[in-house]
Each structure stands twice: as structure tokens, then as C-alpha cells.
Ligand binder design. Structure first.
Ligand code: ATP
Length: 608
């Protein structure tokens, strides 16, 4: 049975109007209960504001505001000028279309006013279905080449003609990429667990499947059609990215070794871009840390994988690092990002050559290795990687001696790495896809500040600058991520550390994400001049972590009536390789705060 699009449009409207996560979950539960199992993937993608996962590398809709206006004009039998004027008045084309459609319905049989020339509505139109909306959108996206713009407009106009006013509004919003409902993946998974697992406690099963197969639509479809137990059989598949395992952080070699169980493998922490490299015969895919398909950016890496990855099917992980073409020395992350921005990939490849330092293997010729301990995975890795100058296994040692660790750490920094990764090698040292845990610990060079480490925070608001920067953004409100509630909690306002160029780019960067009201997943009592939908991640450094009554991060955890903030925060760089959910979490900040307190205590008792 097809699903009436009206059901989805009604829920989208409700979701848009609420700022309460609990309420959002209830609406999603209502929606999933009404969704036919074979359609649930499409509903999930629409909720995520996309047609398919980014990593598929399929085209996006490719319909700009102009084409949308034209399609609306055709569907509503008005001039484009009328649509434009109303879009200006209401702030978006979606609302303008909704208004025009409502007027049209009202004006039927009453030929007066602006819309007098519209044709009369005849008979009851067939009900629009989710399947039809989705499939038409997919056709619009996949239309390329000559005449494709006209075809896209025609298809869209036909959808808008069939839609009710409210449906038309949401179709337009989706096309414009403005369907930002603030529903995070974690919230969707919680609702799925309630509907198909009977309780929120089943969320981890869904999460594990999603971690191994980064396509929530497919995971939801397996769940809805085959039941929750079927998700336990989800294994990695070449060509579908696995969500990366992440590390905790510590800065004391003794503590680090204790945490990982005494003995560990210690590897250079390279300052480049994480790459998950999939190979099947002659085909190679490269996925970024945030699971975008970045294969086209690294033809050199593709070649190396084809030649030097000695397995028919494999998924390996490593860091792609820019190197000095003359000396082979490591160069910093920013240089690699230059290469990413260049349009001429082949030229960029010559100017900024890279090396790949491999550190893990997750799948090999039919075998899922994610649940095997690290030493076994390393063995597989050594077997399948033919090492060359620029395709090699990460520099490493195995040790249980803190002094050795410290020496290796210093050597890593001298060689241009960021520090080291210390990894557990005991029997339970599995690959924890999508999770940050104590099996991997990063020990990084600090940036000559009292704060032990930098943090990655999400922009949730912006403030206009003063003086020379009047009228333009000059400071940002930053937040940490709380995965338990799937919300972003404010940490600090940052206004320094930006170069002039950073500030120049700020307005354009923020523009697509600016909101007049607080986005649903944002938790902040500080009010910025404009709110910003959580999307952009920046690395921030500060003097120290402090208690603050203003910020909501870790509110009440260390002291009642206070959250945790950063004193003298400074912008270091953007982290385009991170999604907002990959930002530093509230729990991590709390751990950092506790460590800072311990250090102060230690310093005090040492000076007594
Ligand atoms: P950071 O912000 O410190 O780069 P992150 O949040 O991206 O870290 P973490 O898990 O905290 O991710 O740190 C591990 C990151 O370090 C990986 O995502 C990867 O890009 C990079 N890296 C460099 N060398 C290694 C290595 N030998 N093993 C694992 N990760 C490595």
C-alpha cells in the first residue's frame, strides 16, 4: 500500500513547530507506525533532508531557487514575478507556494483579484504519495546533461500541481534544502527502537547496525521488514562506509598505559585526513571521517590501493597526509586542505603529493574483522599491505613502559606528527565502530597553552561585530555535543583567533544555516544575534576550563547552578572533516575539567 504524502507533511509541520525532543520522538513514533515497511527508507531520507546517503556520491537535486520559482509559476499559472514577490514577503518560496495554492483553492469559482486568471479546479485530484514524491525527486536529481534543467522544472511543476498547499510547501522546502527539522540520527534511532524494538533500550542494536552500514534508510528497512533480530546479522560490506572508531584523550603516559591495560601499540598520530579505503577487485572507494565519498579527490591513493593492497576485497583505514615532495617530510593538515579546495585535482596532486599511513583493517575477503582483537587485525593488515615509500603501515612500537612511550611521543612530534595514538591490544580490543572509547587514547602535543588540549565545538549562534566589523559577524557561540539527549549545549563565545580572511568568509559560511528562532537541538540560555543550525565544527583552544552560570554544557555536573565553559577561547581552524555530532562531547569536557582540577590539586600539594 502506498503511503499518502499528507501523513508525512502533517508530521513535518508538527516537527517544525516543536522544540522539545521528547515531543519530536512522539511525532516520529506516530509517523513510523503509519509508514509501510517498504517505504520507511524513503521517509528516513526525507527526514534527514536528503535523497540518499552522501557517500553514495549520487547527484543532489540540482534545482536552484530560480528553477523552483519557475516550476511554481507553471504549476500555479502565475508569473514568476508573483512567486518572487511573495517569496520575498514570506521569507521562502515554500511559504509563497503554500499561500498561492490556498488562494487558488479559495478563489475557485470566484474569478476576482490577483489569481483571477487561474484555471478552475476540476474534480478531486489523486492523492499524492510518499513514493511518488520521492521517486519524482530522484528522477529530478538524476536528470543530467542537455535539456535536464527543463526536465527538472517540468517534473517539479507536475508534483506541485498535484500537491495540496501544505504538501507543496514541504516539497519546496525539501528542494531548497531548507527542510532543517533539527531531527538528529540519534533521535530517529530512538523512535525506531520504540516502534520496532518495543523500547528505547533497543537503540544500541540499531546503532551497531548503523555503525557498520552508514545508511539509516537501509537499516530502518531491514528493521521494519525483518525485525530487530535481523539487524544483528548486519556485517560490513565493501562500498558501504563503516562509521569510524574514535579515541579518548589523555596527556599522561602512566595513566594512558594503565587505562589500556598495561601494554599497548603506540602509533604516530598523523595530522592529515582519515581515510577508509574500500577495495573490490579493481574498484576502489575512499570515504572521509564524516563518510563522504572522497575517491575523486585522491586518484593517487586509488592507484596505490589497487597496486599495493593485496586482497581481492578489503576495507582498511589510514591517514592521508600531505608530504614535502623533495624531502618526503610530513606537512600539516592545512596544506592537505588546500589540496581539497583545488578544482584541478591532477594539478593539486602534483603540487601537494600525499602518503597514506595505514593503521587498521576491518574486513578482508569475506571476513568481518571488526570483532577481532587489534593484534589479529594488525596481522591481517601486515599480510595485505605491500609497503612502499608512500603507502605504508603507521610508524609504531609495542610497549608497556611509560618512558618508552614518552620518547616515542617526542620523536613523533619531531617528525611532524600531532602526537601518538595508544591502542589496547588485549583480547577485548575490538574495532568499536562509531564509538569513542578507552581502547584508543590520543596523546597530543598541546598548543603551548595551559588548557591540555584543543576541543572541537559546533557553531550554534553568531554575534555581529563592532567598529570595523560592524554589520558583519565577529563572534560565534559554540557548543559541545551531548549524545545522550542528541542536543548541542553552549560552551563559550569565541571572538578571537580569526584571521581577516576567516572573518571575510564567515558571513557566507554561516548564511545557509542562519535561523530566526533557536534550532530544536540547541540548548543555550545565552542569546546570540542570530541562531545557527548545528552544522559547522571548529577547533577551539582556551586558557582553561571554568565554571559558568551562563553556559549549559555540563550544567549542574560540577556545581549546582553552573555549567562548564572555556576561558579566553580562541579559534584555531575549521574542521570540515567533522559532522556536528563528531564534536567534543559534554562528557569529554567534563573529564577534561576533572583532570584539570586534579592537576591544580597536585601542583598545590607539590608546592606545600
Ligand atoms: P582529532 O580532532 O584529534 O584529529 P578526531 O576527533 O578526528 O581527532 P579521534 O578519534 O579523537 O578523532 O582521533 C583519531 C584521529 O586521528 C582519527 O580520526 C584519524 O584521523 C587520526 N589519526 C592519525 N593517526 C592515527 C592512527 N595511527 N590511528 C588512528 N587514528 C589516527
Amino acid at each position: 500500500m502506498p503511503m499518502p504524502f499528507k501523513i508525512l507533511a502533517d508530521i513535518l509541520e508538527k516537527l517544525e513547530r516543536t522544540t522539545s525532543r521528547t515531543q519530536m520522538i512522539l511525532y516520529l513514533v506516530e509517523l513510523f507506525k503509519k509508514t509501510p515497511p517498504e517505504t520507511i527508507d524513503k521517509v528516513i531520507y526525507i527526514l534527514q533532508g536528503k535523497l540518499w546517503p552522501e557517500w553514495k556520491g549520487l547527484p543532489e537535486l540540482g534545482v536552484g531557487e530560480k528553477s523552483l520559482t519557475k516550476a511554481a509559476a507553471i504549476a500555479l499559472h502565475v508569473s514568476e514575478h508573483v512567486v518572487e514577490q511573495l517569496a520575498k514577503k514570506y521569507g521562502d518560496v515554500g511559504k509563497a507556494i503554500e499561500y498561492l495554492k490556498r488562494e487558488k483553492d479559495r478563489e475557485v469559482g470566484k474569478p476576482v483579484g490577483l489569481l483571477a486568471f487561474m484555471p478552475k479546479k476540476t474534480g478531486a485530484a489523486e492523492e499524492l504519495t510518499v513514493e511518488k514524491v520521492y521517486d519524482t525527486m530522484a528522477r529530478i536529481a538524476l536528470a543530467t546533461g542537455e535539456g535536464s534543467r527543463d526536465l527538472k522544472i517540468k517534473l517539479l511543476a507536475s508534483l506541485l500541481t498535484e500537491a495540496s498547499p501544505k504538501e507543496a510547501k514541504y516539497i519546496a522546502r525539501f528542494v531548497e534544502g531548507r527542510l532543517r527539522l533539527g531531527v538528529g540520527d540519534a533521535t530517529i534511532m530512538e523512535a525506531l527502537a520504540l516502534v520496532f524494538g518495543g523500547s528505547a533500550a533497543k537503540r544500541p542494536i540499531i546503532e551497531r547496525a548503523y555503525n557498520l552500514r552508514a545508511d539509516l534508510g537501509i537499516v530502518a528497512k531491514i528493521l521494519a521488514t525483518q525485525g530487530i533480530d535481523a539487524l544483528k546479522n548486519v556485517h560490513p560490506e565493501v562500498g558501504i562506509p563503516i562509521r569510524p572508531m574514535l579515541a579518548e584523550r589523555l596527556n599522561n603516559p602512566v595513566e594512558i598505559l594503565k587505562k589500556v591495560g598495561g601494554k599497548a601499540i603506540v602509533e604516530y598520530k598523523y595530522d592529515g585526513e582519515r581515510a577508509q579505503i574500500h577495495k573490490k577487485g579493481d574498484q576502489v572507494w575512499i570515504f572521509s571521517r564524516r563518510l563522504e565519498n572522497i575517491t575523486h579527490m585522491y586518484p593517487d591513493v586509488v592507484e596505490m590501493a589497487k597496486k599495493y593492497l593485496k586482497a581481492n576485497e578489503a576495507i582498511v583505514e589510514g591517514e592521508i597526509v600531505a608530504i614535502d615532495p623533495e624531502t618526503g617530510e610530513l606537512r600539516p593538515f592545512q596544506i592537505l586542505m588546500h589540496r581539497r579546495r583545488k578544482h584541478d585535482v591532477l594539478q593539486a596532486m602534483k603540487e601537494i603529493p600525499v602518503a597514506v599511513y595505514l593503521f587498521d583493517i576491518l574486513y578482508c575477503d569475506g571476513e568481518d574483522l571488526t570483532l577481532k582483537p587489534l593484534p589479529m587485525r594488525r596481522k591481517y593488515l601486515e599480510d595485505v599491505v605491500e609497503q612502499t615509500e608512500r603507502w605504508r603501515i603507521a610508524e609504531n612500537i609495542v610497549t608497556d613502559d611509560p618512558d618508552m612511550l614518552e620518547k616515542f611521543f617526542l620523536k613523533a612530534i619531531e617528525d611532524g606528527a600531532e602526537g601518538v595514538m595508544v591502542k589496547a591490544i588485549h583480547d577485548r580490543s575490538i574495532y568499536q565502530a562509531g564509538a569513542r572509547g578507552w581502547l584508543w587514547i590520543k596523546y597530543k602535543r598541546d598548543y603551548k597553552s595551559e588548557m591540555m588540549d584543543t576541543v572541537d565545538l559546533v557553531v550554534i549562534g553568531a554575534f555581529y561585530g563592532k567598529g570595523r566589523r560592524g554589520g558583519k559577524f565577529g563572534a560565534l557561540l559554540m557548543a559541545a555535543y551531548d549524545p545522550d539527549t542528541d542536543t548541542f549545549k553552549s560552551v563559550c563565545k569565541v571572538g578571537s583567533g580569526f584571521t581577516d580572511e576567516d572573518l571575510e568568509r564567515l558571513d557566507d559560511m554561516l548564511k545557509p544555516y542562519i535561523r530566526q528562532t533557536k534550532p530544536p537541538r540547541v540548548d543555550s540560555t545565552m542569546r546570540p544575534d542570530v541562531w545557527v543550525e548545528p552544522a559547522l565544527v571548529a577547533e577551539i583552544m582556551g586558557a582553561e576550563l571554568t565554571l559558568s552560570p551562563i553556559h549549559t554544557c555540563c550544567y549542574g555536573w560540577a556545581k549546582s547552578g553552573a555549567g562548564i565553559s572555556i576561558r579566553f577561547p580562541r579559534f584555531i581552524r575549521w574542521r570540515p572533516d567533522k559532522r556536528p555530532e563528531d564534536a567534543t562531547t559534554t562528557k569529554e569536557l567534563f573529564e577534561m575539567y576533572k583532570r584539570q582540577l586534579r592537576k591544580v590539586e597536585e601542583a598545590k600539594s607539590a608546592s606545600k
